[in-house]
Design a binder for this molecule. Sequence first.
Ligand code: GLA
Length: 739
Amino acid sequence: MPVFVNEKTKEFHLTNDAVSYIFCVMDHLWQLEHLYYGKKIRHRPSFRHLTERKKHGASANRLEGNHTSSLEYIKQEYPSYGTTDFRYPAFEIRDTIGSRIADFRYQGYQLKKGKPTLKGLPAVYVEDDNEADTLEIYLFDHVLEMQLILSYTIYAGCNVLTRHAVFTNRGRRHVYLNEAMSASVDFPDDHFEMVTLHGAWARENHVQVKPLAKGVQSVSSARGASSHQFNPFLALKRPEATERSGEVYGFSFVYSGNFLARAEVDNFQVTRVMMGINPFQFRWKLNPGETFVTPECVMVYSDQGLNGMSQTYHHLYRERLVRGVWRDKTRPVLFNSWEATYFKFDEEKILTLAKEAKNLGIELFVLDDGWFGNRNNDKSSLGDWTANLEKLPEGIKGLSEKIEALGMKFGLWFEPEMVNKDSDLYRRHPDWVIATPNRPMSHGRNQYVLDFSRDEVVETLFQAMCETIGSSKISYMKWDMNRNITEVFSRAWPKNQQGEVFHRYILGVYKLYEKLIEHFPAILFESCASGGGRFDPGMLYYAPQTWASDDTDAAERLKIQYGTSFVYPLSSIGSHVSAVPNHQAGRITPLHTRANVAYFGTFGYELDITLLSKDEKAVIRKQTAFFKEKRALIQFGRFYRLESPFESGQAAWMVVSADQKEALAGCYQMYARPNAPFSRIRLQGLDAGRLYQVDGYQETVYGDELMHAGLLLTESMLSSKKRPGDYASRLFSIRAVPD
Ligand code: GLA
């Protein structure tokens, strides 16, 4: 029974084998008080002894004659500002008289088996109602005449709690929601470090860990996308927690637009964590009878370090966020044409590349940007999704059929949300772009953002895309998005609803995705936003994989993929082998290292393979065969980060199969170190009592040896050459053998 409700004391205990989350209704105030979140504790008839009440000097109090009723000193579930709590609130509503004070009081609750969906929004799900239980708490503000439902879902089999809030206007006048966060947790102490993923174009998801300080610390986006700059994720870890052990609380936001993830430490060491739509630039008009649903926050508790947290996210997102036929299928080895040809190609060149790709064991050929309108550079044609017949005389239909005839699948690039001024779509509908009247319109890569808050825009794009997809043999689609939103304003919405445009835009993106998925359920979607500019759980609900970065350099990718793996499963991380010198970093890395990094994701190639030597082609043939043999293990195994590329010149990670009979470890060394010391990589996740054979080692070894004594790694193991040089790497295949 994962949700205990004590009707008499009005207490709620959500629990499973691993975690407990407890709150109650405050006496007299009828608001919700947070009591505990962390490792499972046994259930008991009452947890009221966990409430904290004392008289604080110079405090404001809610109850007359009572000096211990200051909300500033009571841990809350979904706090509001201005009724004795002065910290940042979880929501703010402006009513008709201009007041922003609220007082939502407990009315009741409802328990549901399973997990209801969130209308129009991505969310994790259940396949069977026994997988989770949902508790809905009903609150009401009589002055605002509004209902608030706080929804909590606890999964039975993993340390996951999801939360979101639902506001309904039950009154006769409209109100404005100025802020509506998805979750808020008041932790009783601040003995934490905050872990976030930050970056920029071509260096996404770098890991940042810093001690919590008094005051507010946050990451956010106000770009109209979750962003390259900060991932919609935050974790609090105990300072002593490592990758392998210790307590970590993860917060991940299932949303692709503007977000805020904030930790506020008050002067009594209380840490308030919040996650939701960024209130900056947000204001939602809620008319009588209307409802606003916040996106979902997924909270993970781990007492097994950062790896424990990540593995829970991987499992949940891989199995209960990603949908459709591709969820449980291994992903094809793909070839992407972008770094091979950029805009310069014709059908002959594409077919030559495709034949070569087929020879090398590649299964899916993806034609990237440049196939439509007059698209010979980035100045024109976005919005005109019909084939350029000068480049492709038989259109996408003809090309896709020829590629399928070679025995490969065919995939195509789109950037549906964008338009160039030099396009038929813009000439027809110049008012369909997001732009503020009487102000200059900023561009990004010479392109402008279509107003996806408008249904007719979404519908037009859908029809245009359907025409090409429906008439051709398309098995994969890459959905790109290459700039952020500026001068935000929609001509379709009145002046008092302009604060809704960012959110409505993302809802429009989700709508188009949903329609395409419905129409073309067999297509494998990959999302992309100049690489990882929108790598978030919201996107994974629609597209099972995301192009992690435009940076394909193996050394840079180690960091990017390492950071990305904090939240996202390997089956979602788009990773390719590209040419050297690398097009972004100018770096030269060995071919095997490029593959050894790219294997840990959804593997592919992105270079002009016709320029390769015979020897290189032979190596690639082996690589694709190797990956096909290992991809089920890689994409569905349990992933462990072993050594961080952010901490030393060495990095290591591994995957282990569910039955612990098979594993694959990747070890990487940035710079050659002559006369280097021995190093031992302590593996993880193996069966301690089982005997294993490790590639390259004569002796068989037990799991406990590999995990505690470690895998001995010498320079010579990293390369067959006498001197391995920089960017050396080595994979170790590990197999259980009879004792
Ligand atoms: C973005 C993507 C690349 C490629 C180009 C095409 O930069 O991230 O992978 O598709 O656009 O213009």
